[in-house]
Structures are given as structure tokens and as C-alpha cells.
Design a protein around this ligand. Structure first.
Ligand SMILES: [Zn+2]
Length: 319
């Protein structure tokens, strides 16, 4: 009897579902949806723009994946790739020096900075994109991030080319202290000049967008779009609950909540993004034609926004 009880290695407890799942899924072949737990074949996920085919969860994208999905193949020309971040404060905290973290992040992410800027076309329409990469120190806005964005805006203002920023960020880069905080004022001032030049800025908020990025340039765009389920805020919900000592409403800080409360203009599913951006660019091009006093033919397909036809004005009533 004792010998039976001692044959422990033959009667190991069965692995739990989660253990077995981890053992059976080669990391690069299948992905598990964090929202619905569905196992998705990686190639199927890629073909579906990294949106879960079962529940519609929008997986996070790296900056270059976003650019690839957004602009026409072969049209992207990167700007200021050689501008690299420095460590002006020689900052370090108990987890290590900022300069070491930068180098390690650059090696791991394959990028020099958390923002990629450049020129491309969307269905043949010119656009400048500034896309943040959350895998690079949480896409925090340091001095080079702000500088690259400002340079992109200045070129847009000069050439009259619309700018689209894609923003998923944890906020300011604390390792750069005041130099990082200054980027909020610097980018907002540059966007003001872009506005004076009557060049549109389209902002796409992607999950998650927080802190100094939400509190500066990402939310002062002419059109603010968000992907479904994106979380957007300044401080996170847990911090707000602790400070205000109040229970926050369901769905707080989701794109759907922000749309209901008028903070964003619309929510666009990833599969519709390129078409929507192209329509917005056409709309602004028409506005500029009107500015120049040119007559433009009526193009009913441009009136659609987000797939919803505008309501016809009732005769005799002021709209
Ligand atoms: Zn899912």
C-alpha cells in the first residue's frame, strides 16, 4: 500500500487548462485573444489586420505594422530616422541608468525612438504620418519624440500636406524630466501653427493612450478617431478611484464612453480605417478648393462619413 502511495511521479496532478495551453501553443504560430481567449492562427490574425475574428478585439500594433496597414505599399519614406535620443539628465533610478535602458530597448525593439514619422500616400492621397510605438518605453514622449513630431508638422505646414498622428502612449518620459514635459508645450505650439496654415491634423487614438500625450497634441486634432475598445485618459482608473474615492462608471475611459461624452469624433474599426482616412483627406481637399475659390463638382460618395449617409435637410428649415 505504501509503495502505491509513494509512486508519486506516476500520478502527478493533471496540468490545468492554462498550463496545457501554454505548453501546446508555439508562441509564433497561434495567438490567444486576451479578450475572448480564442486561439487564433497567427497568419489568420495577420490577414485580419490583427483583429480577433471571433470577438473583434483590436490587438496592439507596432508602429511599422500600423504604417504598413495605413499607407500604400512602397509609398512610405521615413524622416529623421537618424535623430536619436540622448540622456541629458544622466538619469538613473533603482532599476538602472536611462542610457542603459535606452540601448536595451533599441536592441529589443529595433527602433531608435518611440515615434516614426514620414511621408506616404493613402489610396493615392498624400499624407504625413507620425506613429508612436508602444513597445519602445511605452511610447513615452521624450525630447527626440517631440522634435521628430515638430519637424513633421513644420514640413506639413510648409507643403500643405495633412498630418495623421497615431497615438498609443503612456505619456511623458520621466527619465528626461523637464525636457520631456516641455514637449507638450512644444508640440501643441507647432500644431497651432499647423492650424494657422489651415493644414488638417487627424489623430487616431490607439490602445492605450494616456498621460502627457492625451493631455497635449493627441486630443487637439481637427478630427479625433479611436479604435474600438481603446482606453484613453490622463491618469488610469485605479489612480482616479483612489484619489476621488468614488466608483467610476462602467466602461470609463473606453473609446465608446468618450464618444458618448463628446471627447472623440468617431470610432473606426481597423478594417475601415484606410477608407475613412482617404475620405477625410478628400473632404479637406474640397475645403481647400473652396478656399481658393475653385468650383468643385458634387461627389456624393464624399458625403459619407463612417458609412452613415448625412440626413437630408428639410426644405424651408434652417439647418
Ligand atoms: Zn477575441
Amino acid at each position: 500500500m505504501r509503495s502505491i502511495l509513494q509512486r508519486g511521479d506516476k500520478f502527478q496532478p493533471l496540468p490545468t487548462d492554462d498550463d496545457r495551453l501554454d505548453q501546446q501553443i508555439p508562441g509564433d504560430l497561434w495567438k490567444k485573444c486576451p479578450k475572448c481567449s480564442e486561439l487564433i492562427y497567427t497568419r489568420e490574425l495577420e490577414n485580419n489586420l490583427r483583429v480577433c475574428p471571433k470577438c473583434g478585439n483590436h490587438f496592439r500594433l507596432r508602429a511599422r505594422e500600423r504604417i504598413e496597414q495605413l499607407v500604400d505599399p512602397g509609398s512610405f519614406v521615413e524622416w529623421d530616422a537618424e535623430v536619436r535620443p540622448a540622456d541629458p539628465l544622466e538619469f538613473s533610478d533603482p532599476s538602472g541608468a536611462y542610457s542603459d535602458k535606452l540601448q536595451a530597448t533599441q536592441r529589443k525593439s529595433g527602433e531608435y525612438e518611440a515615434l516614426i514619422t514620414g511621408f506616404g500616400t493613402v489610396d493615392g492621397r498624400s499624407i504625413v504620418v507620425a506613429v508612436s510605438d508602444f513597445d519602445f518605453l511605452g511610447a513615452s514622449m521624450g525630447s527626440v519624440f517631440g522634435e521628430k513630431l515638430t519637424r513633421a508638422m513644420e514640413r506639413c505646414a510648409e507643403a500643405g500636406t495633412p498630418l495623421m498622428s497615431v497615438n498609443a502612449s503612456g505619456g511623458a518620459r520621466m527619465h528626461e524630466g523637464l525636457f520631456s514635459l516641455m514637449q507638450m508645450a512644444k508640440t501643441v505650439a507647432a500644431f497651432a501653427r499647423l492650424g494657422e496654415a489651415r493644414v488638417p491634423h487627424i489623430s487616431l487614438l490607439a490602445d492605450p493612450c494616456y498621460g502627457g500625450v492625451t493631455a497635449s497634441y493627441a486630443t487637439i486634432a481637427d478630427v479625433i478617431i479611436a479604435e474600438p475598445g481603446t482606453l484613453v485618459g490622463f491618469a488610469g482608473p485605479r489612480v482616479i478611484e483612489q484619489i476621488t474615492k468614488q466608483k467610476l462608471p462602467d466602461g470609463f475611459q473606453t473609446a465608446e464612453f468618450l464618444l458618448e461624452h463628446g471627447m472623440i469624433d468617431f470610432i473606426v474599426e481597423r478594417g475601415d480605417l484606410k477608407r475613412t482616412v482617404a475620405e477625410l483627406l478628400d473632404h479637406y481637399a474640397r475645403v481647400h478648393q473652396v478656399d481658393r475659390g475653385e468650383s468643385i463638382p458634387w461627389q456624393p460618395n464624399l458625403a459619407r462619413s463612417n458609412g452613415v449617409a448625412p440626413k437630408a435637410a428639410k426644405p424651408g428649415k434652417k439647418s
